[in-house]
Design a protein. Sequence first.
Length: 66
Amino acid sequence: MFAFIAAAFVTVSFLMGDLARERRRRREQLEDRARRLQVQREQEVWLATTNAARYPGARARAPWPC
């Protein structure tokens, strides 16, 4: 009986660690994606403002749909 309880405890501990690793990996993926999107947005804004400064007669247009 003790062996069964010990095996169950080890199995549950392993599965909990596996779930924690998966959550951490997923969170890091989401953070990386958020950083990439932020950089992309900043580049688009920079490009839009640069073009507006370069061509003052032209209407500055947002690079994303409003």
